[in-house]
Design a protein around this ligand. Structure first.
Ligand SMILES: NC(=O)c1ccc[n+]([C@@H]2O[C@H](COP(=O)([O-])OP(=O)(O)OC[C@H]3O[C@@H](n4cnc5c(N)ncnc54)[C@H](OP(=O)(O)O)[C@@H]3O)[C@@H](O)[C@H]2O)c1
Length: 350
């Protein structure tokens, strides 16, 4: 069976998802929504800089709701709950990296719409998603009496070629006060708190745990070359965000992000550690275990970051499972083990 898929937005995730759909034996791209007016009416393959794919991008969301399709990969810049509701009500399953990793009471209307239409909404990605909930949950099956779970990112942000995001949203190059009052803790926290609660659900911790957040910064002690230009002494050049799930005064689960503009001329003198850029997933108990993931942080300059490609792949590979799932909002705890697919030429390769 082939599932008919619509891609919603052609940013980094969207473009990578389109490439992954084209390589997936059970999927066919049948539509594509774009936000940018200059992409309206253009062939999706050409938007990716390749051969035409016979699918024309459109800004017409209503027309895509009318289109016969099984699933939407929903990855615009900002989530629009009304749009997700419309997609579900039009009878389409939705996979997205923008929320619904673990539904809250506020999502009752979405869950109802999905159930009434007989479709499924699933949130997935790398973090939130794989690194911050799926892999901790999976690793924990090898441990008994779990006491602490940690998922943590260590990245050199000099490779992140999005200067506006770095300066205005993440607030690198700002004063410590300006950075601390920025939106990142809230932006990241929305998804990471869902990840923490999914971990607590899965392992049987008290799901009413208090969530304690911290945000620390390090400043440059000398000029640091970065994608936003030189970060001057006294300006923010590294940041650490942390979310702890705390029960009875004890942290039982932690998600943390360490973003450094290199490892030199920082105060405090933070480093990425000898293991360099990576993601870590740790489970403490009997026995304790640590998984380290490399390859998702930095990539080839000018190409989409591997973590973005991995996010798109996680979305795309989940589609057949989500299309076959029970209607409603389904998490990793509800869905079966999901896998990638072999290279399309594998059978004929020598
Ligand atoms: N869970 C995870 O692990 C994970 C990982 C990566 C990203 N994400 C999230 O996924 C989303 C997409 O990420 P991305 O890297 O693809 O972002 P991106 O490269 O910035 O692209 C976002 C796309 O959204 C569209 N867009 C621009 N302005 C918009 C607006 N005002 N309203 C609606 N759409 C608008 C544009 O689509 P067109 O170019 O088609 O016009 C743009 O290319 C973000 O919210 C990001 O936070 C989650």
């Amino acid at each position: 069976m082939t599932y008919r898929v619509v891609q919603w937005a052609t940013g980094g995730v969207g473009k990578s998802a389109i490439a992954a759909i084209a390589r997936h034996p059970e999927l066919e791209l049948v539509g594509c929504w774009v936000h940018s007016a200059d992409k309206d009416g253009r062939d999706v393959g050409e938007l990716l800089g390749g051969e035409p794919m016979g699918v024309v991008a459109t800004t017409d969301a209503a027309a895509l709701c009318e289109l016969e399709a099984d699933c939407v990969v929903y990855s615009p810049l900002l989530p629009d709950k009304q749009q997700v509701l419309a997609l579900l009500r039009s009878g389409k399953n939705v996979v997205t990296p923008m929320g619904w990793f673990r539904p809250t009471d506020r999502d009752a209307d979405l869950a109802l719409a999905a159930r009434e239409a007989g479709v499924t909404l699933h949130g997935t990605g790398i973090g939130p998603g794989g690194i911050t909930d799926l892999f901790p949950l999976a690793l924990s099956v090898m441990t008994s009496a779990v006491t602490f779970v940690r998922a943590e990112e260590f990245s050199d942000m000099r490779d992140y070629e999005a200067p506006d995001v770095l300066r205005h949203i993440m607030r690198f190059g700002a004063t410590p006060e300006h950075a601390r009052s920025g939106p990142m803790l809230k932006i990241l926290g929305g998804g990471f708190i869902q990840s923490l609660r999914l971990i607590l659900d899965g392992m049987g911790f008290d799901t009413d745990a208090e969530i304690v957040t911290t945000h620390e910064v390090a400043v440059a002690t000398a000029g640091i070359d970065s994608p936003i230009g030189i970060i001057e002494p006294g300006e923010v050049a590294a940041q650490r965000f942390q979310w702890d799930a705390v029960i009875g005064g004890v942290a039982v689960a932690r998600i943390a992000v360490n973003w450094l503009m290199g490892e030199e001329n920082l105060d405090p003198p933070w480093t990425l550690g000898s293991a360099g850029e990576r993601y870590e997933v740790a489970v403490e108990g009997s026995p304790s275990a640590l998984m380290t993931f490399t390859g998702f942080n930095s990539g080839t300059p000018g190409e989409t970051t591997p973590g973005i490609v991995a996010t798109a792949n996680h979305l795309v590979n989940s589609i057949p499972y989500v299309c076959r799932a029970e209607p409603g909002i389904e998490t990793y705890l509800d869905l079966p083990l999901m896998t990638g697919r072999a290279h399309p030429d594998f059978a004929t390769r020598k």
